[in-house]
Each structure stands twice: as C-alpha cells, then as structure tokens.
Design a protein around this ligand. Structure first.
Ligand code: V47
Length: 375
C-alpha cells in the first residue's frame, strides 16, 4: 500500500497536510491521533517533524540523579518512592551527604546533576539553599537541575517570599534549570483521585511560567497509563503548548510511562510499549513549539526507546547512576548504562548520538567515542 493510501485509511490525510506545511494541530486533531489505531502512521508523521528539526541527531547527557529525601506528605497514589513523615524508612540527606554523593562520582565525567525529592514539611528554607551550594562546591562544572514545580511550591510556602524572590535565591545558590516532574496529568478529576494534596495543573503551570521569567528553563512531563483519558491528555498538551507560546522556557517534553509496581494502584496493568510509542509520537506532533522530545529510557526501557527514536523522540536522557523513583525493589537503585552502551544502542537504532549539556549545547569531548561506536 502506498503511503498516501495508508494515511488516508488511518483518517490522517489532513493531519499529514498540516504537518508537511508546518500548521499547528488542533485539540480535535489530538483526539483523532489518540483514537487512531494505526501506530505506524502516527510514527511516520512524528518522524517527519523529528527529522525536519533534528535529522538523525539523538541527544544524550551524562548525568547523576540524587534524591535528597524520600519523606513526602503528598501521598500520591501512583508513587512508590515516598514514605510518610516519621516512617522508619524515611531519610533526609544533609548537605554534606549530598556533596559526598556528588564526590563519589568524581571520576565519572558527568555534566549534569538532577536532584529531586519528596515534599518534606520539616525542611527549612535554608536547607534547599545549602544543598545547592554544597553540590556546586563539590562539582562546580556540573549543571544543577533540581526541584520540581511541586517542591518549589513547598519551598515558596516556607520561604514566605514571592516566586521571583525564591527563584533569585535558588539561582544565587547554584540552581540552573528545573526538571519536568510533578505535572502528572492536568485534570481536576485525576488530581482529585490520585494526587489531591499536591499543586494542581494551574499552580504547576504558573510556577513553570514564573521560573521561565526568572531565567530558569525547565522541562515538562506527563504521567500516563493509569486512570487518565485521552481528552485529559490532549488538554495537558494544549496547556503546555499555550504556556510555551508565552514564555518559550520549556526545553523538553518527557512523557512518563506509569510503573504500577509497589504503588497504591498496583492493580492497574500499566502502559504497554504500544502506548509508550503513541505518547512520544503525539507529544512530538502536538507540541510544535517544544524543541525536544525525550524518551526516558529508565521508564520506557532501552528497547522501546530505540524504536521511539523513529517515533518523534530526539533525546534519550542519560547515563544515570542510581534511579530510585521506579526502582524494582527497596534495595536495588542502580540503573545505569555506560556512555558506550548508550551510544551503541543509539547507533544500532540507526541514529547519530550527540552528547549535549543540560541546555542542549554540544559537548565536544564525546566525538571520539561517537565515531568509535558508529564505526
Ligand atoms: O514527578 C512517580 C513520576 C516523576 C511514578 O526533567 C512515576 O529531564 C512512573 O519527572 N511510575 C519524576 N513515573 C521523574 C521526572 C523526570 C524523569 C526524567 C527526566 C526528567 C527531566 C524528569 O516521576 C514524578 C512523577 O510524575 N512518577 N511515580 C511511577 N510509579
């Protein structure tokens, strides 16, 4: 079957015409993309956008994840990471311990530290500033990406300052960008069901916009594959797109594949590889003003992530050291790919690996390894 016929049969001939001419897709187009059973057609369309913007380039970063506390009072039903305040397994890393974690990877040439944690009501404002300073001192050349919008809401609450003042303080202490977590799904219904005590969609978007205005770029995520519906996902994407029109501060969109294991909603089946690819493709097609779409290999698996590089994703995240949020058991936290493994997987998928820093500038030292993996 020729391509036009396939797109026609999938009911996407008009979407194809819009994609080719660079027209924005409507919310109704988004609903049709979610309803379309022909995953390959979605992938084809998303790949047109991906290749027009980035060609074969697939970005990766050498990064270290740190979770400074697992204590959280938000009680999100989808989360397996947190424990309630005063729980025996609760921990808080002191600024010195966080610096030790950073130093423990001194031999690994990372360029980014990604640090997030629970919303721990006991931590004072100064703690957040001290932790940033301690990391910056331990590894001055690493970019500090830290605290989700939900943590920022808590930090502002205890600081009793405006968001602009809080961002100025955090920047002075070393913060350089903000990760995309905590957005979940922008829906009143899902918010009330799964994460009712946490900042809602408008709060999340307002804090993101304020961060961008204060000179801090951020990422954006959407957690899918639990109780959300397609109308809610389309709303999520269109709200992100609207805020991006205003601020231009989002770097990357990362659809996050829900892992039910050890959560309060572990009776749900969780997403399939088919849905993981669909979310990447629809994210790429709807978010025409987002420069990058990331497949987070830890949650999507490296195998699905290889395919995702042909379904709209142009970024695969990083080498990552220890990842606790979706670890397989309480003991196991190590989830890592060496730089060589990651490069090999990108090359095997038929794409060109390019090491980036947190702001998507090229890191030149990686060239030798790239040609080694490609050759
Ligand atoms: O906010 C929590 C999600 C997020 C589960 O910005 C879960 O570069 C799946 O935001 N199954 C944190 N997901 C991770 C995150 C992230 C990851 C990688 C890169 C970036 C970036 C951001 O993880 C949370 C929540 O939405 N999450 N529990 C779970 N059971």
């Amino acid at each position: 079957m020729i391509l036009e016929e396939q797109l026609d049969r999938a009911g996407l001939a008009d979407v194809h015409a819009k994609v080719v001419s660079g027209q924005r897709l409507s919310a109704d187009d988004g609903l049709r993309l979610y309803a379309c059973p022909d995953l390959a057609a979605l992938g084809y369309l998303a790949n047109l956008v991906r290749e027009a913007r980035h060609g074969d380039t697939t970005y990766y970063v050498r990064n270290q994840h740190i979770n400074y506390t697992n204590v959280c009072n938000k009680l999100c039903k989808f989360c397996s990471f947190y424990v309630k305040p005063n729980h025996e397994r609760g921990y808080v890393l002191t600024p010195a311990q966080v610096a030790d974690r950073v130093r423990s990877y001194a031999e690994v040439p990372i360029t980014e530290i990604h640090m997030v944690g629970g919303v721990n009501p006991k931590l004072p404002y100064q703690y957040y500033l001290d932790v940033l300073q301690a990391m910056k001192q331990a590894r001055p050349e690493a970019h500090l990406k830290a605290f989700t919008m939900v943590e920022i809401a808590q930090i502002q609450r205890i600081a009793k300052k405006s968001l602009a003042e809080v961002f100025a303080d955090l920047r002075a202490a070393g913060l350089e960008s903000i990760p995309g977590g905590g957005a979940e799904v922008f829906s009143k219904r899902v918010h009330e069901d799964l994460f009712w005590t946490k900042a809602d969609s408008e709060d999340w978007l307002e804090i993101a916009a304020a961060a961008h205005r204060s000179g801090l770029p951020s990422n954006a995520t959407m957690l899918y594959g639990h109780v959300e519906n397609i109308e809610e996902k389309v709303y999520h994407l269109t709200r992100l797109r609207e805020v991006q029109d205003e601020t231009g501060g989002f770097l990357t969109y990362i659809p996050l594949s829900f892992h039910p294991e050890r959560t309060e909603i572990d009776h749900l089946p969780g997403p399939t590889g088919q849905l993981d690819l669909r979310e990447i493709a629809i994210g790429r097609l709807m978010l025409d003003n987002f420069p990058h779409i990331k497949t987070f290999w830890i949650m999507n698996t490296i195998d699905i992530s290889q395919v995702a590089l042909w379904y709209g994703a142009n970024d695969i995240d990083g080498t990552i050291m220890d990842y606790e949020i979706t670890r397989t058991s309480f003991e196991a936290t190590q989830q890592r790919l060496t730089q060589k493994d990651l490069l090999d997987r990108i090359v095997e998928a038929g794409r060109m690996p390019v090491e980036r820093d947190s702001l998507y500038r090229l890191v030149p030292q990686a060239t030798a390894l790239v040609s080694e993996a490609a050759g």
